[in-house]
Design a protein around this ligand. Structure first.
Ligand code: CIZ
Length: 327
């Protein structure tokens, strides 16, 4: 009798046969994160994949993330298991809209959040992530106008912390925008003493910043001004949340971001307790990737995401400029 293999086992066989690496974003389904070679935020994943000798990258995330992997590893074949896995925030501004905006502000410096299409990155001076947006903005000479896009909450955060006047594109991630101050207040009264860990794309970011003098800066969780201060509310990127929570003495945490994030946090910290700020903060695009689709992706080598060379070269410049500042 032939032994029946599970989908995960079949994925494993094919990944080795095809010399593929599987990346899973922190917001992916738990079973997808569990079979991945690497989990993390989109930039870190693309950078990790670039250090491997894999021929194929299967990106379990949304479309702009696969594009970032293609920009950083143009010689590798990048696959996304479902082409419909898009990002409403990245779709909030097109390259044409950005070109028109730039015309209205000649000479302005363009800072684009990583959640943008490759074409938009190619039209930008700097890329930034949620953990380094403040650093990137601070590095730009005071006399320069800055166009910040596409997330208005992250933009408002960077403006408040740096004291700079930014022109901010009115885009938002509908999941994060729905996490409001009253959600955090409710969680705080239910779980007094829990640390409030907030992604800066959240709708509550600006009011928390104004209301709560005891907040610590956004960052990557490495300490000091990077997010590990003594504040009760901490603004952190997903990578920063992982680092910060492991180092924190707190036992309970309220996590204000997409609920997929609770899986890696719980896995790495089985002795700590995590509550989502909102149970319904679930991105349906992130959850489109399933084990079955990953298997099909490897079997049929679908769906390829390839950024055209000229766009990739320009987009990479904006990423490299960011890395020069934040290295
Ligand atoms: O780039 C990412 O992975 C996103 C969208 C969020 C984060 O904070 O890691």
């Amino acid at each position: 009798m032939t032994e029946r293999k599970s989908v995960a086992e079949k994925i494993d066989i094919l990944r080795k046969e095809k010399n593929a690496v599987i990346l899973a974003h922190n917001y992916q389904l738990p079973e997808v994160q569990d079979i991945a070679d690497f989990t993390g935020d989109s930039l870190a994943l693309s950078q990790m994949a670039a250090t491997t000798d894999a021929d194929i990258i299967v990106f379990c995330g949304v479309h702009f993330m696969a594009e970032t992997a293609s920009i950083i590893s143009p010689q590798k074949k990048v696959l996304i298991p479902d082409l419909k896995a898009g990002c409403t925030l990245a779709d909030a501004i097109t390259a044409d809209q950005l070109r028109a905006w730039k015309k209205e502000h000649p000479g302005a410096v363009v800072v684009s959040y990583i959640n943008t299409t490759a074409e938009v990155k190619a039209e930008s001076d700097y890329c930034c992530t949620s953990s380094n947006a403040v650093k990137v903005v601070k590095s730009i000479p005071e006399d320069k106008e800055i166009l910040f896009l596409p997330d208005m909450f992250l933009g408002a955060y960077a403006a408040k912390v740096t004291g700079r006047k930014l022109h901010i594109w009115p885009g938002e991630c509908h999941i994060h925008a729905g996490i409001m101050t009253r959600d955090l207040e409710e969680m705080e009264s239910e779980h007094p003493g829990a640390e409030m860990i907030v992604h800066p794309e959240c709708g509550c970011t600006t009011s928390l910043l104004y209301q709560n003098a005891n907040v610590s800066a956004i960052g990557n969780g490495n300490g000091g001004s990077n997010g590990n201060g003594n504040g009760h509310v901490k603004f952190l990127s997903t990578g920063g949340m992982i680092k910060h929570v492991s180092a924190s003495n707190a036992r309970e945490f309220v996590i204000a971001t997409e609920t997929g994030m609770l899986h890696p946090l719980r896995k790495a910290n089985p002795d700590k307790t995590f509550y989502p700020a909102r149970e319904d903060a679930v991105c349906r695009f992130m959850k489109m990737i399933t084990l079955e689709k990953i298997l099909k992706s490897l079997e049929e080598e679908v769906y390829e995401v390839k950024v055209p060379d000229a766009t990739a070269r320009l987009a990479k410049k904006s990423i490299d400029r960011m890395l020069e500042i934040t290295a």
